[in-house]
Design a protein around this ligand. Structure first.
Ligand code: GLN
Length: 301
């Protein structure tokens, strides 16, 4: 299934750890236990993420610090982490961190783990927009990754963000504080089509829930068991519901000449384009991600 490119993470591993080891031998041990379930590169990537986090190492220091022994506390923490990974929990939730557009974001099971495809959407928005005073709205902000990354570059903009989940808004607010970006957050459910800010926007962006019921069985355990279903799934098999609501919202609250950006389910990119065109949006463009799948749409009102 092609959807695996975006949402699925590979299976995790079983490992035997003994706390009288050096960092290097524990690392090698982890890698050996990975080899059945992972390609070498992937195994190394996960092991590095875990080790950098537990031992507070810089990316290259696993080699430099290789001969150091580690404390009982560290080995306890490593053992707990391994247990969580064995239960298929994504490494980003285990460490509480995900990297997105060059910055570290706090994540937990209230928010979707930011995906590289969404970085491409952010890149497109930044390339298509000049840094001036303007109102930008991110609908369904989750971890805040889109809103905060945009504000870091388009520093003159006033950036607004909504989510229907209080748990997500907590994380997004913490991320905006940690990354020192001022974002105006409000709890709001786009399915109710309300505008909690009572202003007009120059840009509206959203990466709404877009997986259908029919695609559910193609998802890996670590996605389906751990990531928030309200962030992953459209309602039933109506893959377009959020797009219809957001376009109706944009009909009212996007300025003439303003831009709308979406991340899309690759199976529904052309339908999103059609919907925008039916609503008299102009210059509608469907763009592929680095994997060659239809992944994002831009249009002008
Ligand atoms: N905007 C967030 C992201 O792109 C959350 C998206 C969502 O929860 N559907 O990661």
């Amino acid at each position: 299934m092609q959807i695996e490119n975006v949402f699925n993470r590979k299976k995790f591993f079983i490992c035997v750890l003994n706390y009288s080891m050096t960092i290097n031998s524990a690392f090698q041990n982890l890698l050996d236990s990975f080899c059945d379930s992972y390609e070498r590169d992937e195994a190394e990537m996960i092991a590095r993420i875990v080790f950098e986090d537990v031992f507070d190492l810089k990316p290259s220091s696993i080699v430099i610090d290789a001969d150091k022994d580690f404390s009982f506390e560290k080995s306890e923490r490593l053992t707990q982490i391994i247990q969580r990974l064995k239960n298929h929990e994504p490494v980003q939730y285990v460490t509480g961190k995900a990297f997105f557009y060059g910055n570290e974001f706090e994540v937990n099971s209230s928010v979707l783990i930011p995906r590289p495809e969404t970085e491409e959407l952010v890149q497109w928005i930044i390339e298509s927009t000049s840094n001036k005073k303007q109102n930008i709205l991110d609908i369904g902000t989750g971890s805040g990754c889109i809103a905060i990354s945009i504000k870091k570059i388009l520093s003159e903009a006033d950036v607004f963000a909504t989510d229907s989940s209080l748990g997500a808004l907590d994380i997004a607010k913490r991320n905006s504080e940690n990354l020192q970006q001022q974002i105006h957050f409000k709890k709001s459910d786009i399915l109710q089509s309300e505008n909690p800010f009572n202003i007009q926007f120059d840009i509206i962006v959203s990466n709404p829930p877009y997986i259908t019921e029919a695609e559910k069985s193609s998802l890996d355990k670590n996605v389906i068991q751990f990531e928030p279903h309200e962030a992953l799934f459209a309602i039933g098999d109506d893959a377009m519901i959020f797009y219809r609501k957001i376009i109706a919202f944009a009909n009212k609250f996007l300025k003439e000449g303003g831009q709308i950006f979406f991340e899309v389910n690759q199976q529904y990119g052309k339908e999103v384009v059609k919907l925008l065109n039916e609503n008299n949006f102009k210059n509608t463009k469907l763009k592929k991600d680095l994997n060659g799948n239809d992944r994002m749409v831009r249009a002008v009102k």
